[in-house]
Ligand binder design. Structure first.
Ligand SMILES: [Mg+2]
Length: 121
């Protein structure tokens, strides 16, 4: 379902998904884009990002931003290809998840860490 009045700040994931599908189809690569293969490719790209950030320390200046940005683009590309293979509107799912996450942490005071951040909530 298309949002009749999309937030102008919202990333156009549906548009990017369509462009990636067109790129895939121009090369007849859909036959390679099964969910399992795309998930493994996605995991490999996450590994490449981890490799780029490994041993850089906590200092912000030590992070190789160009390499990290390149790997993030690879990750996003495979993630969106995977969303296409599973017929998922990723932008809509992220928006839906943001609503449920806001509800989940509605009672948490600002600055309080969630369980994922080492807190109790
Ligand atoms: Mg890569």
């Amino acid at each position: 379902m298309t949002d009749p009045s999309p937030d102008p700040a919202r990333l156009d994931t549906a548009g990017i998904q369509k462009r990636l599908s067109a790129f895939r189809d121009e090369r007849d690569w859909a036959r390679f884009h099964d969910p399992r293969s795309l998930t493994l490719a996605l995991a490999a790209e996450v590994g490449e990002l981890a490799e780029a950030l490994a041993w850089t320390g906590d200092g912000d200046a030590a992070i190789p931003r160009d390499a990290a940005a390149d790997e993030l683009a690879d990750i996003a590309t495979y993630l969106l290809h995977l969303a296409n293979a599973l017929d998922v509107d990723l932008g809509a799912e992220v928006e839906r998840k943001l609503v449920t996450t806001r509800e989940r942490f509605a009672g948490l005071l600002p600055g309080t860490p969630s369980r994922a951040h080492g807190g109790a909530a």
